[in-house]
Structures are given as C-alpha cells and as structure tokens.
Design a protein around this ligand. Structure first.
Ligand code: AMP
Length: 396
C-alpha cells in the first residue's frame, strides 16, 4: 500500500521551521539512563532528511505520564543528549514547552539546527487536544511533520490538533509503518497468519474480527486463549477467563468457520498454582487443567503445532505474548514463537509492545521485516480503525 498522505518529500522544507512530533517515550532506569533507544533511532531518518534539506528542526514528544505537571523525572533532557550523540550535532533543549525558553530557542534557530521542546504532557492541554495550546505549538513553525506512530491513535494537541493550523505531512517512520502493516493487511502474500496473545480477549475483539476477513489462519495463545477454550467446553481451572466474552468467543469461532479461516488454540499448556517465580510449572493437555491450576504458557505440543503452521507462512503479524513471559520459566512459548519467526521465509511484522520486547530480548530483531514502534497504535491500525495522528495529515 502506498500512503495517500503527503510526506516530507512532498513539501519544500528549505529554510522552513518544521515542528516534528516524535515518539521519544523511551524506557529509562532509575538513574534516568535510557535503556532502549530504538524509538529515537527510528526517527533519525526523518530528522536527517530535514537537516540535509536545510530546515530548522523543532522536535517535540511526550515521555511517560506526568499528568499535566512539570516533573523532572519525565524531562526529555536525556533524550536530547542521546539524540545529539546519534546525530553528531547539538540538539538544543528548551526548559519548557510553549514558554519563554522554547520561544527564544525557536526565534534564534538557524537552518540545519535542531532543538527539542520539553515534554508536551507537562501541559494538561496536550491530552485534552486544547485548541489554544495546539495553536501556540503551531505558531513556532511553518510546517508540521508527524512521525510519532506510537501515539498516532491519540487525538492530542501535538499529534493531531496542530495539523489544523499548519501544512501537515508524515515523516518516514509513519510512512514505513503504514506501508508495511497496511500492505500486509490490504494485499498480503499468502498464507497470511496472525498470531495473537496477551491477557484479554476483550482488548483484541476488533483485531480478531478484522483479521477473520483477511488472514488464512489465526493462532491464539496467551491468557486470551482460555476464554476460547472455555467456550469450547474445556475445563480451564483457575486460568484467566472473561466469562462475559464466552458468547463472543463462540461467535468468533463460528465466523472463522464460515470464512474458512483456520483458528488454532493451545493443545497443551504449562500451568502453575501461583503466578510467580517460585511456582512449580506443570505441563498438561488442554482438558486436564485442574481446579487450582492456571494456564501460564503454551506447552511443547502447542509450540510444535504453531511452528508447523508457521512453516509455510508468507506473511505473519504477531501481537501479544503466548504466556506470562515476564517470568522466565513461563516465557518459553513466547521465546519459541519469536525464534521460529526469525527462521521462516516470510514477511514478519511484530506489533510492538510485549512481542517486540520478546523479539529483542531473544536477539531476533534484525531477522524481522518490521517491528512496529507502536503497540496500541499498531493494534488499532490492524483493527482497521482510523488513527487521528494520520487522518489529520494532508492528502496527496
Ligand atoms: P496484553 O497487554 O493484552 O498484550 O497482555 C500482555 C500480558 O498478558 C503480559 O503481561 C502477560 O504476562 C499476560 N499474559 C499472557 N498470558 C497469560 C496467561 N496465560 N495468564 C495471565 N496473563 C497472561
């Protein structure tokens, strides 16, 4: 799919002030060191293009949830430092978002220079998509570029509101996310297999519904599988289950049958009495999950079943872990899925969040076609929803 929105290549940025919304919401340790800079690295292409094309680059982002107040631990200063290192040039850091510091840096910014505003969520107006706040942000620039795919599903001031006041185009990262994920959904190389996991069915109903119209097979693991297993009449012991979604699970199973989409569920599971590091792991076939046991990972037969299905895949989208992967002894299923995706000859798209983490931890990141920078955003995109941060951009 080619993007029907204008991109930075469709607009003259020479000598222009360009406000770029990035997703610099990077994880940090307690000392404030950035522990994973992938989101920063992913925006370099856009920033470098703007520098090379003589723009004055004003970057903005959120970081964490400061809830509308200045809080030092959510300052973007460490990002400015890391970005300076990666770009090999100074990134000037404002001490505020729309105040005097920002304004004076903007006023003195020269072509090819880069500056970063403070965390936009230091103002509650950001998440409220307040018009005045959007207008103030927009007043700094001649052009707006959105490259924050990770927040594109939010209609906030800096992700959508500003686009009302400026020519608005997509950066390379948003363009790539849409092309890869959109391409897989609109015109997949087949067989197209979706792997869904994570905690709840309720979070992924829309995704499953949309994928039933597009995929050849849907593999379901993780906590959400137990609602389906219960719907099929299996005892699931103490496993996580959404009783109010049983009917829905049945109707999804029915719909998949009608559309000739293969649904695969676990056939054996790793169970534990408690979900913690100390708990004993017991592997049982589905059907033998006893009263006090909770299913916490997929078992070896299931791993083989899923692997076999994936061998022939030509396109795979994966979202959500196969078990409680935060606990090492329950991470095997998730790790094995990451591994098999790194080995098959297919377009592999990892839908951000936990699945991306598992892929990176396993050292498989460079073997994947695409690891989305947006967990929630990619999920909503796969669901077929309109993302406000993309919708607001100018059409080609
Ligand atoms: P989600 O945010 O919906 O993708 O869910 C991710 C979370 O699901 C992770 O924190 C996992 O620990 C959790 N999870 C995966 N499998 C299970 C399970 N069988 N029981 C409980 N939680 C699970």
């Amino acid at each position: 799919m080619s993007i029907n929105k204008k991109t930075i290549e469709d607009i003259n940025v020479n000598d222009k002030k360009v406000l770029v919304r990035c997703d610099f919401n990077v994880p940090q340790d307690e000392q404030g060191n950035i522990t994973d800079d992938r989101r920063i690295v992913e925006t370099l292409k856009t920033i470098k293009y703007l520098i090379d094309n003589n723009a004055r680059v004003i970057l903005c982002s959120h970081l964490g949830r400061p809830k509308g107040e200045f809080k030092m631990q959510y300052s973007l200063k460490p990002v400015a430092k890391r970005l300076s290192e990666l770009l090999g040039q100074e990134v000037k850091m404002a001490t505020d978002v729309i105040g005097e510091s920002a304004q004076s840096l903007v006023d003195s910014l020269q072509p090819k220079e880069v500056m970063l505003l403070e965390n936009v969520r230091f103002h509650k107006e950001e998440e409220e998509n307040n018009e005045e706040f959007s207008q103030k942000l927009a007043s700094f620039a001649d052009i707006y570029v959105n490259d924050a795919f990770g927040t594109a599903h939010r209609a906030h001031a800096s992700t959508a509101g500003v686009a009302k006041f400026l020519p608005a185009v997509a950066g390379y990262l948003i363009e790539k996310e849409i092309e890869v994920i959109g391409g897989a959904l609109d015109n997949p190389q087949r067989p197209f297999i979706a792997i869904l996991g994570g905690k709840k069915v309720s979070d992924k109903i829309g995704v499953i519904e949309n994928l039933i119209d597009k995929a050849d097979s849907i593999i379901i693991g993780g906590g959400m599988a137990y609602t389906f297993l219960k719907a099929e009449g299996y005892e699931i012991g103490n496993s996580i289950c959404e009783m109010d979604k049983i009917d829905l699970a049945l109707s999804l199973i029915e719909k998949a049958k009608m559309k000739n989409v293969k649904l695969l569920f676990p056939v054996d599971v790793v169970c534990a009495k408690q979900i913690n590091e100390e708990a004993d792991a017991i592997c049982v076939d589905v059907g033998n999950i006893q009263g006090d046991l909770s299913g916490v990972d997929i078992g070896p037969k299931t791993i083989e079943l899923f692997k076999k299905e994936l061998q022939n895949a030509k396109t795979v989208i994966w979202n959500g872990p196969m078990g409680v992967f935060e606990i090492e002894k329950f991470a095997n299923g998730t790790n094995e899925i990451a591994k098999v995706l790194s080995q098959i000859n297919a377009i592999t798209i990892i839908g951000g969040g936990d699945s991306a983490l598992a892929v990176e931890k396993g050292g498989y990141a460079d073997k994947m076609t695409h690891i989305s920078t947006g967990g929630g955003a990619s999920l909503e995109y796969i669901e077929g929803k309109v993302l406000p941060g993309i919708d607001c951009l100018n059409n080609k």
